[in-house]
Design a protein around this ligand. Structure first.
Ligand SMILES: NC(=O)C1=CN([C@@H]2O[C@H](COP(=O)(O)OP(=O)(O)OC[C@H]3O[C@@H](n4cnc5c(N)ncnc54)[C@H](OP(=O)(O)O)[C@@H]3O)[C@@H](O)[C@H]2O)C=CC1
Ligand SMILES: CC(=O)N[C@@H](CCC(=O)OP(=O)(O)O)C(=O)O
Length: 311
């Protein structure tokens, strides 16, 4: 029998992409509220409690409100795309490759990772776990995102009348909301120095961690990092670790095709002492909607790749 899935926030950027990925899926009955009802608290409460799965594609405060509407005795299992519950007790971090597929499959409350943290944690967590990178290293993360990462409001700033932004760096107060999950789920002692930015491309992102390996007591070579990542993600249908041949360049195009993949590069210098760890992903794919569908598949006991865009 098909399981019911309510998307709360289905008219937003992430919600629309989840709808597209689930549109042809016979395993699920999709429930969305029409425009007149989508912010009606009573209608939302009813849908939230009547569904097998609720996927929250809302701002943080509305996501917290939605969770409070769910009767603890109801059967509803939740996937929250917002940043409200990513380091909260009682929530499983919805990054199956890192948190474990079984943990996600059996959880009632799953919090989707942020888009930037997906790149950062995907690169760093396995290397800290193996001890190749020290957990108490002062990590830096530089990142560039497409503007859909900021939802409808940022899309309007980049596409609306008179839009002329060529580059936007932000997070200059050094307290971006992604820092807690980056630190916790990568297993780090210290907060990450995080420098995010946005370019006039709709979707896609490049997340980079530069490292002076030669300055570390562990002294790993860049090849060792690549081999460790290749071994960690071996067999993953979603995450690919590129070979040691450095790409001449990595590009973001203004209009990329949607993708639910995560590609990791380890680019080292001649001696292997300097390295740029680079993650390439779609903020709306593995960074949001693709991750939500992957988690939904696991929670429903299905093939984790069903409905994903992996080409
Ligand atoms: N965009 C991305 O790349 C990523 C987004 N996320 C997270 O996913 C969540 C959704 O983001 P995104 O889709 O980009 O944001 P959008 O602003 O594009 O969409 C949010 C949607 O939520 C609706 N909404 C707001 N308040 C309520 C409410 N009280 N009840 C019902 N609906 C409400 C909005 O309505 P209205 O249309 O009227 O404004 C809008 O349709 C956010 O928490 C975001 O941080 C996570 C990873 C990546
Ligand atoms: C470009 C841009 O604005 N990006 C968003 C993050 C997008 C994302 O991962 O969403 P969450 O807010 O749910 O974490 C930002 O920096 O706030």
């Amino acid at each position: 029998m098909a399981r019911s899935v309510f998307i709360d926030g289905a008219a937003g950027t992430t919600g629309l992409e989840i709808r597209q990925r689930l549109a042809d899926r016979t395993e699920f009955d999709l429930l969305v509220l029409d425009d007149a009802d989508r912010k009606d608290a009573a209608k939302r409460r009813e849908a939230l409690n009547d569904s097998d799965f609720a996927i929250l594609c809302l701002p943080d405060d509305a996501a917290v409100e939605a969770v409070a509407m769910i009767d603890p005795a109801s059967k509803t299992r939740v996937i929250d795309a917002s940043s409200a519950h990513r380091v909260a007790d009682g929530w499983t971090y919805g990054f199956p490759e890192i948190a474990g597929r079984e943990a996600v499959a059996t959880a009632r409350f799953v919090s989707n990772p942020g888009c930037y943290p997906t790149g950062f944690i995907g690169l760093v967590a396995p290397l800290v776990r193996t001890g190749l990178l020290p957990h108490d290293w002062p990590f830096t993360c530089n990142a560039v995102s497409g503007y859909s990462g900021g939802g409808k409001a940022l899309i309007e700033r980049f596409e609306g009348t008179g839009a002329d932004i060529a580059f936007r760096t932000y997070g200059l107060e050094l307290s971006h909301k992604h820092r807690p999950e980056m630190q916790q789920h990568a297993g780090l002692e210290h907060g990450v120095l995080f420098a995010p930015s946005v370019v006039p491309a709709f979707r896609g992102m490049v997340v980079e961690v530069p490292l002076h390996l030669g300055a570390m007591a562990t002294g790993p070579h860049s090849d060792a990092l690549r081999e460790a990542l290749q071994s960690f993600y071996q067999g993953s249908p979603v995450v690919t670790v590129a070979s040691g041949v450095a790409p001449g360049e990595l590009l973001l195009h203004r209009q990329e095709q949607p993708s639910d993949t995560l590609t990791l590069h380890v680019c080292g210098n001649e001696g292997g002492w300097n390295v740029r760890l680079v993650a390439v992903l779609d903020n709306l794919g593995k960074g949001a909607s693709g991750a939500a569908v992957q988690n939904l598949n696991l929670m429903a006991g299905l093939d984790e790749t069903a409905g994903l865009r992996l080409t």
